[in-house]
Design a protein around this ligand. Structure first.
Ligand code: PRP
Length: 205
């Protein structure tokens, strides 16, 4: 049985549809209930829904053999896993955004609000820019509006959230898409099952 961690939410549902098309369906997952674990022994798969930022933890520690995770999480937490496949879906980008008209004089320490502390630090370190990182857990966009920060480092998908809060992208940091990741020991001991699934996904996408 392959244990597969899926990110709860829109991306997870989209990716599950790809697993389904590739022949690894699990009909009970579509039942409208609050269960989190679903299995189809015939196909040798057990899916479970976890918080998107937790997928890599389940996979790294072997509670899941494989999982689906955004490149943002892989960059931020650098889990010790194999990255096997780019689904080329869930496409968005990590970017710096600021209130319209914001000008960085480069002199004072820049206050940066973000969920992605490591990514923000690495980006500004590469430019030799001093920053003060303010770690938030969500609704990052309001930080510069309320004067908590000068800029934000966050995920931009359609750009609607920025627009509706009078912010704009000032720098792009890196592109993001959903990736298939595998636990290193699972990859060794369940090679055939994982490679088989990977081959079917590749055919499908
Ligand atoms: C993400 C991100 C932005 C928004 C960007 O938020 O943090 O707020 O999506 O999408 P858009 O460019 O299409 O508007 P998420 O939904 O994960 O919520 P949170 O960051 O507030 O937790």
């Amino acid at each position: 049985m392959l244990n597969i961690a899926l990110p709860k939410g829109r991306l997870g549902e989209k990716v599950y549809a790809l697993f389904e098309e590739a022949g690894f369906e699990c009909p009970s997952i579509k039942e409208n209930n609050r269960k989190l674990i679903f299995e189809n022994p015939e196909k040798g798969v057990r899916y479970f829904w976890v918080k998107p930022s937790d997928v890599s933890i389940y996979v790294e520690r072997g509670a899941a053999d494989i999982g689906v995770c955004g490149k943002d999480i892989l960059t931020e937490y650098a889990p010790d896993v194999y990255e096997l496949f780019d689904f080329k879906t869930g496409i968005c980008r990590m970017a710096v955004a600021a209130p319209k008209g914001f000008y960085d004089d480069g002199q004072t320490t820049l206050r940066v609000a973000t969920k992605f502390v490591r990514s923000a630090k690495a980006f500004y370190a590469s430019k030799g820019r001093d920053i003060d990182v303010i770690k938030l857990n969500g609704s990052i966009e309001i930080a510069p509006i309320l004067g908590l920060s000068d800029v934000i480092v966050d995920i931009v998908e359609t750009g609607t959230t920025l627009k509706e809060n009078n912010l704009e992208v000032i720098e792009e940091i890196f592109p993001i898409s959903a990736r298939l990741i595998a636990n290193k020991a699972s990859f060794k001991f369940k090679t055939q099952a994982i490679e088989g699934l990977l081959a079917k996904l590749r055919e499908e996408i």
